[in-house]
Design a protein around this ligand. Structure first.
Ligand SMILES: Cc1cc2nc3c(=O)[nH]c(=O)nc-3n(C[C@H](O)[C@H](O)[C@H](O)COP(=O)(O)O)c2cc1C
Length: 366
């Protein structure tokens, strides 16, 4: 009989997960300011949340150029690998599983965050209509320069090296971040990709970089240890597409050939409405994928339990609820109240609003 209980263990590729509740990737801007390496505080935070069936780490830049916000962790230097090793060891010591989310922000950056104050890179020299956090304030993103065709191999290589580093750092797998208006998403969408070379124009061409990156990752990790995140109907970071159904139907159909661990979709506007534009359908896109499906965006207990029971969703990723509730799985299972998130401590800072959210047990003991 098929097991369709959110709280029961499940197999993902060759990994056993203790349940189908996933911690969504959540940027918290708490890496070491000098060198962007994770450290003991981050290890404590992730270890507290190891009750998830799977943790997906906060987005982690694959290169200095891939950085778009202050104090986000990288996965390109030895110090960063050592820092992440502390995190993966702590999660594994608590019987958890953790994938790293590989990130290049593309145009969602500011010159002050880039090596030598250079312009961020993107498919086309079009500024994102969004802001980034430079360490003191939210500032408009800088106008990027368009990547030259000859630079694509370098970008792919940086992903490959990051994937190797993820292995050295002890991760159980990797998630390719192709969502929320960052570099790979910028290539997929015709609003941000105006290129006339092999990486722009038709949807096949706009998908080319994504596929080249995936092929590089597959040389480092088995397919069953690689997931991918897309946000087809999101406008996060000013992203837009004239026909997202057609774009993502193509992208998702292309993914089928690889036997990936999972497809992870942000359903609707990232962190916003689950309502879709006219003609848009997550169900139709999901149906195009022949593997494990991870759903995210605005899920609560009932929605998650029902979605998994229906058989259409295999794993549910929770974002904001995991920030404020380290023992989220236990609380969901018991139908308990959840702690409220403190918006003031989301990005940057220390332990406050990071590792000091109480569990049910610590609250009862207090
Ligand atoms: C503080 C914060 C940081 C986030 N960082 C990331 C990130 O690093 N990578 C990513 O793909 N999504 C990121 N997201 C989006 C979440 O993963 C998730 O899609 C969103 O919060 C909706 O899920 P939820 O309703 O369960 O919170 C972030 C969201 C928040 C609130």
């Amino acid at each position: 009989m098929t097991n369709t209980n959110l709280f029961n263990s499940v197999r993902l590729g060759d990994l056993d997960l203790r349940n189908r509740v996933v911690m969504a990737p959540l940027t918290r801007n708490r890496a070491l300011p000098d060198g962007d390496a994770p450290h003991a505080l981050n290890a404590e935070y992730y270890a507290q949340r190891a009750g998830a069936g799977l943790i997906i780490s906060e987005a982690s830049q694959i290169s200095p150029e891939g950085k778009g916000y202050a104090w986000t962790p990288g996965i390109y230097s030895d110090a960063q690998v050592e820092g992440w090793r502390q995190v993966t060891d702590a999660v594994h010591a608590n019987d958890g599983r953790i994938f790293i989310q590989l990130w290049h922000v593309g145009r969602v950056s500011h010159t002050s965050l880039q090596p030598n104050g250079q312009s961020p890179v993107a498919p086309s020299a079009l500024a994102a209509e969004t802001q980034t956090f430079d360490g003191t304030a939210f500032v408009p993103t800088s106008t990027p320069r368009a990547l030259d065709t000859s630079e694509m191999a370098r970008i792919v290589e940086e992903y490959r090296i990051a994937a190797r580093n993820a292995k050295k750092a002890g991760f159980d797998g990797i998630e390719l971040h192709a969502a929320n208006g960052y570099l790979l998403d910028q290539f997929l969408r015709d609003g941000s990709n105006k290129r006339t070379d092999a990486y722009g124009g038709s949807v096949e061409n706009r998908t080319r970089l994504l596929i080249e990156v995936l092929e590089a990752l597959l040389e480092v990790w088995p397919a069953g240890r690689i997931g991918i995140r897309l946000s087809p109907f999101s406008h996060a970071n000013g992203i837009d597409d004239s026909d997202p159904m057609a774009t993502f139907a193509y992208v998702i159909s292309k993914l089928n050939g690889f036997g990936l661990a999972y497809l992870h979709l942000v359903e609707g506007e990232t962190g916003g409405t689950r309502e879709l534009p006219e003609g848009a359908s997550i169900t139709a896109l999901r149906a195009l994928f022949d593997g494990t499906y991870m759903a995210n965006n605005g899920y609560d207990r009932d929605l998650a339990v029902t979605a998994v029971e229906s058989g259409s969703v295999d794993l549910v990723a929770f974002g904001r609820p995991f920030i404020a509730n380290p023992d989220l799985v236990e609380r969901l299972e018991q139908g308990s109240d959840l702690n409220e998130i403190d918006p003031a401590t989301l990005y940057g800072g220390g332990a406050a609003g990071y590792t000091d959210y109480p569990t049910q047990k610590s609250k009862a003991a207090a």
